[in-house]
Design a protein around this ligand. Sequence first.
Ligand code: 5GP
Ligand code: MG
Ligand code: MG
Length: 184
Amino acid sequence: MSSKVPEEWKNEVSDVLFDSETIQNRIRELGKQLSLDYRNRKPVLLGVLTGSFVFLADLIRSMNCDLEIRFMRAVSYDGTESTGSVTIEGLEFLNIQSRDVVLVEDIVDTGLTLKWICEKLQKLQPSSLKICTFLSKKTSRRRADVPKVDYVGFECEDQFVVGYGFDCDQRLRQLDFVGIYKTS
Ligand code: 5GP
Ligand code: MG
Ligand code: MG
């Protein structure tokens, strides 16, 4: 991608990985596909907070089928390192029994967060559960036993990314592009 890192973020972001236009074009394609696949089914799009909120907001505006939106929260990272344990909040209020659920994630890396979430969600007996992730890191770190991802925005290398919902210690989520975090 040829876009330059805006001046104000140069101390923290080394490169633009996906610029805004590239992201929006891909999301339009994903939205079209989901709208076709879920026509007349009123899916529940279940966003995993916090990272997926920007993606979900753009995705739903590229969809033209009836749908509902819910959120849950998963915390697994501290700074740029996985803490190795996942905490999930908000399941107790989710009524997804007999519903078609699309789990909307920011990124699948090892897949451990996803595996954990899917196990919890299956207990709530949705009639179907598909996974849509904005980014998928190249699978070398992927654990073998994680669920298959059904919809992927982009594949990326094993680098720590920020922007477009992705944070480093809660910062940089507001960038309209995905960048590579500068580690000093
Ligand atoms: P996993 O459990 O698949 O290893 O990691 C999942 C979670 O870790 C993601 O939902 C995301 O919140 C966080 N994560 C993984 N890679 C990155 C990254 O490159 N940048 C940021 N900001 N978060 C990441
Ligand atoms: Mg996530
Ligand atoms: Mg995070």
